[in-house]
Design a protein around this ligand. Structure first.
Ligand SMILES: C[S@@+](CC[C@H](N)C(=O)[O-])C[C@H]1O[C@@H](n2cnc3c(N)ncnc32)[C@H](O)[C@@H]1O
Length: 195
């Protein structure tokens, strides 16, 4: 059985071929919680490699436990903080997509500095996404959503795309919020080709 867990040994940025054993496209989910998105995406798109990054030890263990029931060969997980991981370990222009679903909104003003979707995050997304690569973000928190929308709208090097069909809930939190009748705010943007 494949253990999906990877560890960061050594200095410098990763080589995705070492991580996955092949040169297929790579997509990252940051803050995967119960791993619902990762499992469905890895199973439905076996030609793509998926890596989930989760900072909470508790949710990391829970997501990995669910994956271990029947681990897809194209799925890996890592216990790490997302922005630090992007900045230190992810090679330039090496990702086909970045997925961030229901990032913690940190509603109190004094906690806003803990939010993941910031200009520093966007700078890393610009660096790590390949031309045509997508950043997809959802949130149920209207005020954080408005900030995310403003951050992404007209961001240098990106073009906004329509979300398209919503279909099944992508994640555990989306399913929960839909049951509660809460609005989900969705953002999709694409890394432009270099001029
Ligand atoms: C509200 S939960 C959403 C989980 C899942 N994406 C979903 O939609 O069901 C936010 C998750 O992101 C994780 N997280 C928050 N900030 C993070 C960061 N900077 N790096 C990695 N994970 C983070 C949290 O530990 C938590 O599991």
């Amino acid at each position: 059985m494949i253990d999906p867990e990877i560890h960061l040994d050594g200095e410098g940025r990763l080589d995705w071929r070492d991580v996955f054993g092949n040169a297929r496209p790579v997509e990252l989910e940051l803050g995967f919680g119960k791993a619902r998105f990762l499992l469905a995406a890895a199973r439905s798109r076996p030609g793509v490699n998926f890596l989930g990054v989760e900072m909470s030890r508790k949710w990391y263990r829970e997501g990995r436990r669910r994956i271990l029931r029947d681990p897809p060969a194209n799925l890996r997980v890592l216990w790490a903080e997302a922005l630090d991981f992007l900045a230190r370990k992810v090679p330039d222009a090496s990702l086909q997509a970045l997925h961030v679903y229901h990032p913690d909104p940190w509603p109190k003003r004094r906690h806003h500095k803990r939010r993941l979707l910031t200009p520093a995050f966007l700078a890393q997304a610009r660096r790590v996404l390949a031309a045509g690569g997508e950043l997809r973000v959802t949130t149920d928190h209207a005020a954080y959503g408005a900030l995310i929308g403003a951050l992404l709208a007209g961001a240098d090097g990106f073009e906004t795309l329509p979300w398209g069909e919503t279909g099944e809930a992508l994640t555990h939190f989306e399913a929960k919020y839909r049951r509660e009748g809460r609005a989900i705010h969705r953002y999709r943007t694409r890394r432009r080709e270099a001029p």
